[in-house]
Structure formats: structure tokens, C-alpha cells
Design a protein around this ligand. Sequence first.
Ligand code: HEC
Ligand code: HEC
Length: 304
Amino acid sequence: MSRSPLRAGARVVGAVVALVVVACLVIYAGSPVILGRRYALPSHAAFALNGAPDSASIERGRHLVGPIAKCTACHGGDLSGQAFINDPAFGRFVAPNLTRGVGGVGATLTDAAWELAIRHGIDTTGRGLLFMPSSDFNRMSDEDVVEIIAYLKQIPPVDHTLDPTRVGPVARALLVAGKLPIIAAARIDESQPHVPAPPVGPTPEYGAYIARIGGCEGCHRANFSGGHVAGTPPSFKAAANLTPTGIGTWTKDDFVRALRQGVTPGGVPLDSLMPVRMTKDMTDTEIDALWAYIRTMPPAPMGR
Ligand code: HEC
Ligand code: HEC
């Protein structure tokens, strides 16, 4: 007698089970290696603020932390931290409490440690921070980093102790497959020196700077062709194509309305992944500069 279909079926099931077991082993052996990897500290690791900051630089720091660099989007409006992604399969990702309150990192971080987290995406042991968009912040000028730190060191302390981050099975599988680019330290080119920001003005040069440190590029891509936002679940809305192929018929007023009121020229509200609650508070000069820069982009099909 040859094999019965039942026995053959049992073999297939057995093979599938074996494959799943192997996949789990790979994922649970491989992901801690990726998560635990240590990155070299940059040579200027002794970064420190000079003297007491004046009120103008603290005010500029507040503007950078909110509307421009959007630290508040993840660390919370009062910067006391939050689980900004909480999904049983994907994981629970916590942006820590940055204040000096109980459960906050503010009391213990040195100026150098702040700079490592912001521009290099690592803690003082060289561990790559998850989700910190430091590949965008890496091009930030010394002045802007100093103002951010000066501001953060004087925000009111908030007592808020959070449960730790838990990386779920789906995120682990994506990490092992190289499909979840959430460790910025792995992508930063540390051979690039930090350079001053271009002068503030409605110029494409300043627009390019804001687009980079403001995360527009991180979501809409360097050529602004849009597409799936790296690190978000597949179900999330794709970032819009901001090249002439996408918004070629828009006027500057249409662009301003999109960033300030979160609607398209046709009156359609933008998806909440587009951070209008932050871009609405950008200055006229910043929005003009972004517009000037985006207008220099050649046409490109969505996501390419
Ligand atoms: C996309 C979400 C996101 C944004 C935006 C963001 N962070 Fe974070 N940040 C995180 C997460 C998540 C962690 C914890 C990562 C970890 O421990 O692996 C973190 C960690 C930190 C730490 C802790 C470093 C340490 O050594 O413990 C500091 C400081 C920090 N962020 C500052 C900032 C500042 C300042 C900004 C804005 C310039 C900012 N973050 C923007 C998500 C974000
Ligand atoms: C966290 C990701 C993210 C960031 C950061 C981001 N965007 Fe967006 N943006 C989106 C998504 C997603 C959409 C599509 C919304 C929709 O289709 O409803 C969008 C839509 C837009 C639109 C509307 C275009 C259209 O065709 O409707 C404009 C304009 C825009 N973004 C400009 C910017 C600028 C300028 C910045 C930086 C200051 C920026 N975005 C930062 C995700 C982002």
C-alpha cells in the first residue's frame, strides 16, 4: 500500500510546524542580537552647554521641541512620556519621560547624553534607541541642539513612571527580516561633521534644513515622492507625493492651508499621520522656506 492522503497531510502539517518552530527560533535568537547591538560613541562625546542660556534661546528650544522636531509627538505634550504604539502583536513602544520628575530621565542625563540621544540615536552605552528619529536630527546644528537641551532642562518636572518597552513578535520578525528600520544609529553616517544651519529665511536652503530635522523627509522621502512611511504598519496611510506629479497644481496658499488647517484644496481632511498639530505652529518663514524647497523637486511617481 502506498501512503494514505491522511499520512501525507500529517507530514505537511509536521513540516509546517517544524518551519514555524525554526522561524520562532531565528526570530527569538536573532532579534536580541539586533536590539542589543552597540554603536561607537562619536568623537565629540563630551558635548556640553556653555554658560546659562538666555530666554531667547529657551524660547527657540521650545519651538524646536514642538512644531519643528516634534519631540512632543512621541514623548507627550508635557514630555512626561507615553506608549505611543501599543499593539499586542507589534509591541508596546515607550518614549520615556524626559522631565526631572519621578520616572523621568531628565535628572540623570548629562548634556553629552542628551546630544547622543538626539543626534546619534544612542544611549551612553552605545545601545541604538528604538524609534528615535535621530537620522533626521543628525544634521541638526550645534546651536539648535543646545537650545533644545536648554529648554528641556528647565521644563516642569512631571512624576510619571512608565512600563518598559516590549518588542512584540511581529516587530521582532520584521527586525530580523531587515524590514523595520527603527534603529536610527544603524543608518547614521558618523563620518559627516556637524555643520551650522543655513541662515533663517524663506530660501530653499533653509527649507531643506527644516524638511530634514522636521521629519518631512523621513516620511515623504528625500525626493518627496511619498509612499509607505518606514516603520509604520502596512495598514497606515501612505505619505503624499509632494513632487509636481503629486501637488503640481497647488498654490502656496494651498500648501499653507494644508500645514495650518490640515485640509487639501478640495477640503478633504488629511490623515492624522500627517502631524498638522505640529506643522500648524510653524512660522510663516519656515513654511515659505519649505515651499521654496519642495518646489525644486523634479516630478517623481509615488514612492519612487
Ligand atoms: C517617533 C517618536 C520619537 C520622537 C519624535 C522623539 N523621540 Fe525621543 N525617544 C523615543 C523612544 C521610543 C525612545 C526610547 C528608545 C529606547 O529606549 O530604545 C526615546 C528616547 C529618548 C531619550 C532617552 C535617551 C536615554 O539615554 O535614555 C531622549 C533624551 C530623547 N528620546 C529625546 C528626544 C528629543 C529631544 C526629541 C526631539 C528633538 C525626541 N526625543 C523625539 C521616541 C521619539
Ligand atoms: C509622520 C509622517 C509625516 C511627517 C513627519 C510629515 N508628513 Fe506630510 N503627510 C503624511 C501623510 C501620511 C500624508 C497623507 C495624508 C492623507 O493622505 O490624508 C501627508 C500629507 C501631506 C500633505 C498633503 C498633500 C496632499 O496631496 O494631500 C502635505 C502638503 C504635507 N504632507 C507636507 C508635509 C511637510 C511640509 C512636512 C514637514 C514639515 C510633513 N508633511 C511631515 C505624513 C507625514
